[in-house]
Design a protein around this ligand. Sequence first.
Ligand code: ATP
Ligand code: MG
Length: 286
Amino acid sequence: MASTLGPQKKVATTNPTPGVLATKDSREIGRGKFGRVYLARTRAPPHFVCAIKCLMKDEIKKDKVERQVRREIEIQQNLRHPNILRLFTYFHDSKRIFLVLEYSIKGELFKHLQREGRFSEARTAKYTYQMADALAYLHKKHVIHRDIKPENILLGLNGELKIADFGWSVHAPSSRRTTYCGTLDYLPPEMILGAPHGHYVDLWALGVLTYEFLHGGPPFEAESQKDTHKRICNVDLRLPSHFSPEAGDVIVRLLKLKPEDRLPLIDVMNHPFVTKYKDIKASDFA
Ligand code: ATP
Ligand code: MG
């Protein structure tokens, strides 16, 4: 695949996929910790549009995350699911690693949430279903994501979720790990307590995510990190009055202290909170 990389080059003005290359100069579409993300297309027809995430090798080395990046690539390359961002291929030179990714035209879900404050129940239910479906697929492949949060979710053309950022994911090992990682608000009690953890961590995060979509903020927010930890470990959950009984129920069932007590993903997908809105399309929202 020949990519059109390099700051001196611009995206072609002809539009290979209607609506995708809307602006002539929109080369850089994002910045991450280790480099930039560019919009690109293959030189050869059919001028396939993709996102290229460029990682700087020296930054990766400096932060000692070589293994993490390798894992991200290995895991993501083998995944095929409509709600998981595709990693088509990768290549590298002496300084950089280039990840050729599916392009998510509607960008970060987090930005939509910030802009809109919170999402309706119908929209949240759609997202909860898509997340549960994608997580069930990951878990079947013995992959745990471990860093589910709105910042790591992108939106596709039809408003569908795309789980991205597999930097913290692991192939579930036989002995569960006790590594501390992820973002504070989404950490499950067992990870805070340094106990072994498995795929159940993603179920907890799905509960936090569903709450955050409906409320506009995560459930265990507090003044200090210590207080957030305390609230998480006590499952100090307060449901806002505007949550419907079904929404409250699915959240309460996911946010269980004991990992094995959390609602299985198949039951999330069949929960009344989700089935109530099954006839509404994701494209009706974003
Ligand atoms: P951070 O850890 O700060 O989130 P990162 O290294 O994980 O950084 P990304 O989140 O992957 O970097 O990319 C940075 C930004 O680029 C994203 O927030 C998003 O807005 C945009 N972006 C990344 N990948 C894509 C994609 N495939 N399609 C559209 N936009 C993307
Ligand atoms: Mg990111």
